[in-house]
Design a protein. Structure first.
Length: 305
């Protein structure tokens, strides 16, 4: 009885967080739709944020809602096909979020770097092809996770140590060589993106630090406190990256604990779900805090005016 009450409370909590995240991400999506309909050209950074926000919406819906419904007492509400589709979307949006954050951090690092011939050429190419890169990345993750549906099944009624239960679907963990190579490919892709994010973060922090020192020497202390739009954008991206890396790291730890535990950890699955959707929930509000709320009727009032 006490366990059922805890699951129900967790379900209600997840629903409240899901509602908050959907409202925040929808505000940004409608903002970009409004800009496109009014004939305004989206900047390269806005193109990346548009794809990131769409991936966040899909992640919250596919990952959070089924888990919250399961915690609220709805059991076996998804059949085999629905389970395959839900988990497939989860994997795609997770990879797309990682790729978009990597692309955003690398592009911002190129943008704020001192202007020399090589940086200008790279910046021009990045600005020209950034939209195509975002579109191609969706196709890349569609094919990269093409084997996921084959490893997912509907609600499992038999206790099987090879199945890792999600509460509403089951993940069949096979141990053959092909699966190991496939998982190695996914891990390599994630590790490459995280490495690029780390390198770009170090570059951005270095540029910001040098800029602060130069400003202190040139201007008065009162002027030095005023950040440029590029600095504010860079600080916002660094905050997003910190939230993403923390969420990604904690979720990986919980996945390892859940996988290698001898006993079912359904409560751990609910915690894992919340950790995984933390970034999609809080990401839009960090973005909105650096956007001009007067340019669109869809941004909340706490946006920058």
């Amino acid at each position: 009885m006490r366990m059922a009450t805890r699951h129900f409370a967790m379900g209600i909590f997840l629903f409240s967080q899901i509602t908050l995240g959907i409202l925040g991400n929808s505000s940004i999506l409608f903002h970009y739709i409004f800009l496109i309909l009014t004939g305004k050209h989206l900047m390269p950074k806005d193109l990346i944020l548009k794809h990131l926000t769409f991936a966040n919406c899909l992640s919250i819906i596919s990952r959070g809602i089924p888990r919250a419904m399961s915690d609220c007492g709805l059991k076996d509400f998804l059949d085999d096909i629905a389970c395959k589709l839900i988990v497939y979307i989860c994997r795609i949006t997770r990879g797309m979020s990682l790729y978009a954050m990597c692309l955003l951090s690398c592009f911002q690092a190129i943008t704020i770097n001192p202007s020399n011939c090589r940086c200008l050429t790279l910046k021009h190419r990045a600005t020209k092809y950034i939209g195509h890169c975002c579109s191609v990345s969706w196709l890349l993750h569609l094919f990269l996770n093409i084997l996921t549906p084959a490893r997912v099944s509907g609600p499992s009624y038999k206790k099987n140590v090879t199945n890792m239960s999600y509460g509403y679907c089951s993940w069949v963990a096979s141990g053959n060589v092909a699966t190991a190579l496939y998982m190695l490919l996914l891990c390599f892709s994630d590790a490459l993106c995280l490495t690029l994010m780390a390198c770009s973060s170090v570059s951005m922090v270095s540029v910001l630090y040098r800029h602060k020192r130069q400003v202190k020497h040139i201007h008065s202390a009162q002027h030095a406190l005023k950040d440029s739009p590029e600095d504010r954008a860079t600080q916002t991206i660094l905050i997003l990256m910190c939230i993403f890396v923390l969420s990604y790291s904690f979720s990986s730890i919980v996945v390892i604990l859940t996988t290698y535990s001898k006993y079912p950890m359904l409560w751990g699955v609910s915690v894992l779900t919340f950790i995984e959707i933390c970034f999609p929930i809080f990401c839009p509000f960090v973005i909105i805090s650096n956007m001009n709320s007067s340019s669109s009727p869809f941004l909340p009032c706490f946006g920058k005016r």
